[in-house]
Design a binder for this molecule. Structure first.
Ligand code: PLP
Length: 403
């Protein structure tokens, strides 16, 4: 059994001084490399959460650490009051990778979503001709787009939403995956449809086949923007650059974050059509750190890794293997498995153990993951994971379900 001698004293410190807005697993990580982390007592674990996909390239990928280090030695921050020699190149390289026309840099995912909401509204008033202050954005039930006051205004998760009002109006919620409901919700005031191509926090929910092609058609027919939140699903997680690529659908705007910062620093962006992002004029939106040189240097190294296609291929091939192995557990403590690529939502049989109990049993067997909701585990290993490590984790899961 693993030693946890130092662990409890670190946890005590966290609980005494840190705000209690998380309920972490009792493991205190002090070092990491690739798919592996080490705790303060020297125990090693496979990371099957990857910082909610922020660590798609694994911990401390050498090319990313080098890019950050080199930039730290040259220039860290200018603010956008001046140009810097990394910003334009990052925007161009990210636009080329994503086959989009323009890039708006921010820091966190929530800021990217906020920015996409602001841009969509401004576009609705200035280009589409929606009456002042009446733009509507259609969102999905079960969504997760971040934690700001406006974003939690349209969250239907009571924990994320309750007691943070008064809330921002202008959002219309429809069931996820229900094309008819979207069609019924569209009005002349609809500016955008904002959705995750696969709902991550909700438990890796994959919509019905053809759903997003239908959404695209509705957007085209009604002059409505399709805004795809690819903050968790994008950048190779599902086996393609964007999860939406599986549906052969293009969004008007994509929000990106998490893996865009290579697991090193927060980097986010809205990428998309120049005539939409082009509604922003100097002074109308911004961020002190958005597009700062360190972010751009790391982001450029991330783009370079993604441009090889290696991580997309790994996710596709190893994802098929992971899902094959997980499917073997259905009926043996697992109720069902969803997902795409190296991304899986595993529903624990309600007669078996809770997600938390299984997460703890996995920790004891050297695998870290986290339940989402009561009975769903989310598996999202770094895309550098090997087949043998997948076997190790799935074997540990099989044991944990029955422990
Ligand atoms: C994580 C996430 C966000 C918010 O990103 P932060 O960096 O935590 O603000 C937004 N949308 C989706 C789909 C996410 O998974």
């Amino acid at each position: 059994m693993a030693d946890h001698g130092l662990t409890s004293s670190f946890i005590k410190l966290d609980e005494e001084w840190g705000a209690h807005n998380y309920h972490p697993l009792p493991v205190v990580i002090s070092e990491a490399e690739g798919a592996w982390v080490t705790d303060v007592d020297g125990n090693r674990y496979l990371d099957f959460l990857s910082g909610y996909s922020a660590l798609n390239f694994g911990h401390r990928h050498p090319a990313l650490v080098e890019a950050a280090r080199d930039q730290l030695d040259r220039l860290t921050l200018t603010s956008r009051a001046f140009h810097n020699d990394q910003f334009g190149a990052f925007c161009r390289e990210l636009a080329e990778l994503t086959q989009t026309e323009m890039v708006l840099t921010m820091n966190t995912g929530a800021e990217a979503v906020e920015s996409a909401i602001k841009v969509s509204r401004k576009w609705a008033y200035e280009v589409k001709g929606v009456a002042f202050d009446s733009a509507e954005i259609i969102v999905a039930a079960g969504n997760f787009h971040g934690r700001t006051t406006t974003i939690v205004s349209f969250s239907d998760d009571p924990a994320a939403h309750d007691n943070y009002g008064p809330f921002t109006p202008g959002f219309v919620t429809v069931p996820y995956g229900d094309l008819q409901a979207i069609s019924d919700a569209i009005t002349p005031n609809t500016a955008a449809i904002l959705m995750e191509p696969i709902q991550g926090e909700a438990g890796v929910i994959v919509p019905p086949a053809g759903f997003f092609a239908g959404v695209r058609q509705l957007c085209d027919d009604n002059n409505v923007l399709l805004v795809a939140d690819e903050i968790q699903s994008g950048l190779a997680r599902t086996g393609k650059l964007f999860a939406l690529d599986h549906d052969d659908v293009r969004a008007d705007l994509y929000t990106l974050g998490k893996a865009l910062g290579g697991g090193i620093i927060p980097v986010s962006a809205v990428v998309g059509r120049a005539d939409v992002l082009g509604v922003l004029k100097p002074g109308q939106h911004g961020s002190t750190f958005g597009g700062y040189p360190v972010a751009c240097a790391v982001g450029r190294a991330v783009v370079e890794l993604l441009a090889t296609g290696e991580f997309q291929t790994r996710s596709q091939e190893l994802g098929r293997y992971l899902h094959g192995r997980l499917d073997e557990l259905v009926g043996k403590g697992v109720a069902s498995v969803r997902g795409r690529g190296l991304w899986a939502g595993v529903d624990i049989d309600p007669r078996a153990r809770t997600g938390r109990e299984v997460s703890m049993a996995l920790r004891d067997r050297g695998v870290l993951c986290k339940e989402t909701h009561e009975r769903t585990l989310r598996f999202a290993p770094p895309l550098v994971i090997t087949k043998e490590e997948i076997d190790q984790a799935v074997d540990a899961l099989a044991e944990s379900l029955n422990a």
